[in-house]
Write a protein that binds this ligand. Sequence first.
Ligand SMILES: [Zn+2]
Length: 215
Amino acid sequence: MENKDLKLGFDKILDGNKEWMDFVKNDTSGRFQQLAKGQNPEILWIGCADSRVPANELTGTKPGEVFVHRNIANVCVHSDMNMLSVLDYAVNVLKVKHVIVAGHYGCGGVAASLSRKQFGVIDNWLCHIKDVYRLHAAEIDSIQDPEQKTNRLVELNVVEQVFNLCTTSIVQNAWKERDDLAVHGMVINIGSGELIDLDTTFTNNESLGKVFAYS
Ligand SMILES: [Zn+2]
């Protein structure tokens, strides 16, 4: 690489990996040898792609403990084969017990969805969040402060994405077979590090409504 800054940025990652390799080498618990054989996580984390919200660090979990899917603004769309594949594998093969949708205050994707500006291809993705706004327009419009407006939509977006997950055939069919699968909605406060439970947990399809709950 001729560009020195470019090389420095890449070298930082390789140097970081050397430190990690030393850590793995000096670990005497045997857990990395165990992890090399396979994974058995109990949690599926669906979070925002934002660089400030890493699942493991935020939850004090280690490699092997959390199966992770991230996209811009933690959106769960029923036609997204990427998300559906992750969900199906996590629920039906790994048999995770907790699915967590984790949004975060100050989410750029959510803030952008409240504006009329175009940002590129992402506009079509953000339209899913504009749909959430449409469901809650009266409440969002009643908030004057732009930051609070965004943060309330962050919360409501998580609530709606949790609902979207619960209405998938994947989650509903799993509930027919077992009672140890919970879907939760949470929000991260990046400044304090707090992971806030929005108390929107589902463990069955009983409250999904007559059109959404499969018989
Ligand atoms: Zn975000």
